[in-house]
Design a protein around this ligand. Structure first.
Ligand code: 5GP
Ligand code: MN
Length: 331
């Protein structure tokens, strides 16, 4: 890691200061895990931290030690936000690199406080004072471990911090199976287990928590809800509000479903269109060289990684389908 970068982060760790840790909307395991892990490290150095996410995370993440302390911007009053910004010395932005991914883009940009970025997404925006961006890293949790190692010479963490970071690694690597998983990732995972992360229990709490409705929704997605476009090597899953209601949809229920079609050899692109409040949430996945983040940014107001991207669409399911077909032809 670049020595200026290490110096920048070293200078940020001032005992007695109060730091704000932020991550992205619809927080996933890496957003929550990397934030809690970094917070745990900062606290071990005597820094007071407050973590704020734009909105709630799914229930299957709510067991992570320390997650009960996280605050949500959507339910804070203007006065609370103002008090918070007045009380903090520095801001850490984890697992996102575009201000549109948080609720407080304006607030942090105009706060005048030093901003520290730790993130692995493509095309970082230039808003941080010190930016640690590594688009080839599998998870922000892995980058937090890189940083701790660079700062301390070894991974020092509480069992709680280790558990949070292990969760980030596990979820963003699809259980250590995505190509972004490197030998280093496994070494870190091993370190975290030695520090007290219970890998079996964490796996169960993340993945063995289906409700019956969620399991049936998955069944619907893979049978009636999925259209396979053989000549385009693509699969589209469309979910209307009506269907979601039928299966008593809870936030997080569609998490991971978009990956299933890729388990078919000839399906190289998989997309979910999910109706939300007046718009569609779009999730795209691919295997091989197909850059779905280009489709996300050009057609769906979003972005992401080459093989995993997302965005939104202002229109109905049929229009989104047409747009996708056009995008696939273009690629
Ligand atoms: P998911 O399909 O799980 O919601 O998102 C997959 C990835 O796509 C995320 O890790 C994130 O990098 C990216 N992504 C999802 N939604 C958006 C969005 O609205 N805007 C941008 N820029 N990226 C997104
Ligand atoms: Mn991530």
């Amino acid at each position: 890691m670049d020595s200026n970068l290490i110096k920048g982060f070293k200078e940020a760790i001032v005992p007695g200061e109060h730091h704000l840790i932020l991550s992205h909307v619809n927080p996933d395991g890496d957003a929550v895990g990397s934030s809690l892990g970094w917070s745990s490290f900062l606290r071990s150095k005597g820094v007071k931290t407050t973590m704020v996410l734009p909105n709630k995370f799914a229930d299957f993440l709510a067991w992570i030690p320390g997650s009960e302390e996280i605050r949500f911007a959507e339910s804070m009053t203007e006065d609370e936000v103002q008090d918070l910004f007045e009380s903090i010395d520095r801001i850490h932005c984890l697992d996102f690199n575009a201000l549109s991914r948080i609720k407080w883009g304006q607030e942090i940009a105009s706060s005048g406080k030093p901003i520290y970025l730790i993130d692995h997404h493509q095309d970082p925006e230039d808003f941080a004072t010190v930016a640690y961006s590594n688009t080839s890293s599998c998870a922000t949790a892995e980058m937090v471990l890189d940083l701790i190692l660079a700062l301390e010479g070894e991974i020092k963490l509480s069992p709680e911090g280790a558990t949070a970071l292990y969760t980030g690694l596990l979820t963003d690597t699809g259980s250590f199976r995505f190509p972004s998983t490197r030998s280093k990732t496994f070494r870190y995972a091993a370190d975290l287990i030695d520090l007290g992360a219970d890998n079996g229990a964490i796996y169960q709490r993340i993945f063995d928590t289906n409700s019956l409705n969620r399991l049936k929704l998955l069944g619907y997605c893979l049978s009636n809800g999925m259209e396979v476009l053989e000549e385009k090597n693509a699969a589209i899953i469309s979910l209307s509000v009506k269907t979601l209601r039928k299966y008593n949809y809870q936030q997080g229920d569609t998490e991971g479903i978009v990956n299933y079609p890729l388990s078919v050899e000839n399906i190289k692109v998989s997309v979910i269109f999910k109706e939300d409040d007046g718009f569609l949430k779009v999730s795209l996945r691919s295997k091989g060289d197909l850059p779905v983040n280009q489709i996300a940014s050009k057609y769906f107001n979003g972005g992401g990684h080459k093989n995993a991207a997302g965005g939104r669409f202002d229109g109905n399911l049929a229009q989104a389908r047409e747009t996708l077909l056009k995008a696939l032809d273009e690629l």
